[in-house]
Design a protein around this ligand. Structure first.
Ligand code: ATP
Length: 455
């Protein structure tokens, strides 16, 4: 099935409680979206999968959680105050603003893409994408600070604290998950380009001679994470090395991981070779030595940095788009989110077949309570069983458990698997462990490829 259009995903996301327009009752706000009850679970699961693979399971990466507002000198040294900008043109007629590189021709010759007026576009001006604010009670020049446009700089300015307190030797990495802010000129495509978003970035510090080897290794590892951990179809993913003229000012080589969305191939993650640019810039601006002792050569050196940097919101979007399927069943059509059980917001839904039988309801509620300590579980009796299945399929719940009249006699319930729709009768005492094992990939459901258990 071809990838669904964004409007299909936007509508599902809203209808089922994944993502809502920010401040919607006031008309929303461009570039800002809110995660609803299911969206926050999905997003948390993606973040947990990243943290587990990048930090918990490794012994060469540690994490931090830094403040969003940093000393503004950070952004002067990093080059963001001077250079983090896009060329922008305004339409004098309709007042809308465009990125010059989105226009199909020079501003003086073409018509405004929105109102169509010729000759109405201004010359391009550089527009800094950082949000400025004031710290303290007085809004004066001296109090200007910025909301961080990337999480990476905290890893550079805390390099020495982390290396020293954690007694690190090269190579080692510092990882962080957190909010970033960019005053994007043209936000859009749902949660693809936001003004407030979340990033997961890791700065891996290596001996300069090992730069190329580690760059290649991280490109491979990160690609594998998207396919093997997030379960994204490899045929819709590609690696795209940057041309020399599109490299950022700090980068010697960069490869993007791109996904084939309905809007075309688009960046999910960039793996950048940042050399020693940032550490040297901060050392020069702060007057501090940002070096590490290298046992092999017996000298202090400024390490090089390989950085895998991705957007959490783009991962959420990719999981939704890639997992979305419409299937024609014998008598009806169903929408199903075929996402990894480990990512699904709800792992098990317990559904009593008859909601007007108190003993059934009571038994189903007890089963839900037994499931909850092991996996996220939900009790639902608000519709007919067919409707309940459809609702759970649409939010990607891998297992539904129905409690029926027979359950009261034989103490068993029926587990139904989302993708195959096959069923299995299991003693209710064993249901929680069975589902926990299936979700964790410790056992397989017949006919359904098993999610690789974490190494
Ligand atoms: P783009 O070219 O799409 O503007 P970028 O190359 O500027 O992105 P980076 O600075 O490399 O992006 O940031 C690393 C990651 O952060 C990106 O791969 C993307 O997943 C995410 N990201 C960057 N900008 C945004 C945004 N405005 N909204 C959502 N995610 C973003």
């Amino acid at each position: 099935m071809p990838a669904p259009n964004f409007d299909v995903i936007v509508s599902l996301a809203k209808r089922r409680g994944f993502v809502f327009p920010s401040s919607e009752i006031y008309g929303g706000m461009a570039g800002f979206w809110d995660y609803g009850p299911l969206g926050v679970e999905l997003k948390n699961n993606i973040k947990a999968a990243w943290w587990r693979h990048m930090v918990t399971l490794r012994d060469d990466v540690v994490g931090i959680d830094a403040a969003i507002i940093m000393n503004p000198r950070v952004w002067e040294a990093s080059g963001h105050v001077a250079g983090f900008s896009d060329p922008m043109v305004d339409c004098r007629n309709c007042k809308l603003r465009f990125r010059e590189d989105d226009l199909k021709g020079p501003p003086s010759e073409i018509a405004c893409p929105s109102c169509g007026t010729r000759g109405s576009l201004t010359e391009a001006r550089q527009f800094n994408l950082m949000f400025a604010t004031h710290v303290g009670p007085v809004a004066e020049d001296a109090s200007v600070a910025y909301l961080r446009p990337e999480t990476a700089q905290a890893m550079f300015v805390q390099f020495d604290n982390v290396a020293t307190s954690m007694r690190r030797k090269l190579p080692f990495g510092i990882a962080q998950i957190g909010r970033s802010f960019r005053n994007e000129i043209t936000p859009g495509n749902f949660i693809f380009r936001l003004r407030e978003f979340e990033q997961m970035e890791m700065e891996f510090f290596v001996h300069p001679r090992d730069e190329d080897e580690w760059f290649t290794r991280w490109v491979d590892e990160r690609h594998r994470w998207w396919t093997d951990v997030l379960g994204i179809g490899a045929e819709r993913l590609r690696l795209r090395p940057h041309d020399p003229d599109e490299l950022s000012h700090y980068s010697r080589q960069t490869t993007d991981i791109e996904y084939q969305f309905p809007i075309g191939w688009s960046e999910l993650e960039g793996i950048a070779d940042r050399t020693d640019f940032d550490l040297r810039a901060h050392a020069a601006a702060s007057g501090k030595r940002l070096e590490i002792f290298d046992d092999a050569s017996g000298e202090h050196l400024v390490p090089f940095v390989i950085e895998p940097a991705m957007g959490v919101d783009r991962a959420v979007l990719t999981v939704l788009v890639d997992g979305y399927a419409e299937e024609q069943l014998a008598t009806e059509k169903r929408v199903v989110l075929r996402i990894r059980p480990s990512l699904a917001p709800v792992k098990a839904a317990v559904l009593p077949l008859l909601r007007n039988r108190p003993e059934l309801v009571e038994r189903a509620r007890r089963l839900t309570a037994d499931l909850k300590p092991l996996v996220s579980a939900q009790y639902d009796d608000t519709a007919s069983i067919g409707k309940l299945y459809r609702r759970q399929d649409e939010i990607g719940t891998p297992f539904c458990v129905t409690v029926d009249v027979e359950s009261l006699d034989d103490g068993a319930a029926t587990i139904r698997e989302r993708d195959s729709m096959t069923q299995e009768r299991v003693s209710m005492d064993l249901v929680p462990q069975r589902i926990a094992d299936l979700v964790a990939g410790r056992t397989a459901w017949e006919g359904v490829p098993r999610e690789a258990p974490a190494p």
